[in-house]
Design a protein around this ligand. Sequence first.
Ligand SMILES: [Zn+2]
Length: 418
Amino acid sequence: MIRLSIIFFLLFPLLAILPARTFMNQKGQKIEGELLKLDGQTAHIRMNSNNKSYEVPLKTLSQDDQDFITEWYRNQGSSSKKEANDTVSTATEDGYKPSFRDSAQKLKDAYQLKDNFDAPWPDRVAIDLDIEIKVVEESKAERKFIYHSPNYEFVCDVGLSKNVIKKFAVLFEATRQFCKELPISTVKSRVPDGAFRYRILLFEEQQNYINAGGPPNSAGVFRTSTQEIMVPLKSLGVKKVGSSYMYDYKGQNKTLPHEIVHQLTDNEYYASGSVGWFTEGIAEYVAVTDYRSGKFMVKSNRKEIMEYVTAYGEDGTGGRALGENIHVGDLKSYMMQPYKKFVAHSNTNYGVGLLLTYYFFHMDGDGDRQAITGFLKALKEGKKGEAALEALLNGRSFEELEKDIAKAWKSKGIELRF
Ligand SMILES: [Zn+2]
């Protein structure tokens, strides 16, 4: 219970504060002010100099500001919305109904799960494509259509054929399988099949998605307030052809697996010292790994990861374009920065988070993951901030760790400057 309240107290008061910052437009002009609200594609900003509020079209602002506003907006509404429609779950034999709000320890106890830190790193993750889809409800009058795959509940505002649902449900189920096989002991991904149904809200029109709170210009979002993923059908590769829907997805959308990982990441991993670099790093790690119809090719993902961080993806899937010489600054400050600050410079911070996450998984020490495992165990024990990072240092100073990281990435052709 205590751990649970820590995570929500941690997130919510931060989000309730109106974010003040220096905004910059595309022409490089700066305005100091406070973000009041986002109305479709228009940000309302109160300028510090004269205390008046202005309507600023989102697209006229710098990319950093757009990301910042979108990230802020996506976390809004948490206090006004009714309590989360908890994940659909099935009771155990002794009557326990698991909830996303439960601590990892509670879920572990209920299902007698063991940590999987000692499991081998998966080379390849694949699921059976022939998954079962059930129609739960189809109400045209209410525009509410509910479908189940083994571990997901899809709530859609338009009716879809079982065949189309089956095709996109594979991406969700495969991403869950990836998280389950990663030896980082996320409990939410390892509860028995069907114990949870993670809820996904699907929207026929982009505008309906935005009206429901989806950030403009985004392809999907995980909302901490409701623990649901919202996604416009377009992002799933579902297109309207005549009067019916067709499926055409080639793994081009990295947003979706990214958000699926957030939904499956244990609450404890969102503590300070980890939130930001690790929670975004792990989401990026999974999302950037090559995916094709139910299969993640994990073993060879370093190439994609480097390409994604340094350039725009070769296959046109986008990237961080940070180049091969990246300024990180002080590692400890980077890891300890509040999430709000982290997302304010999302492009660099997400890219660096991915490189660090990859480093701790595969390059640190002799590749035995001792430091990251110690760090994750410390988080599970309720440690946070510097106390948790102590485990990640694994006997080193921050300066020594910076040197280790820089050396490892330099040997692969990326210069990280601390
Ligand atoms: Zn994210």
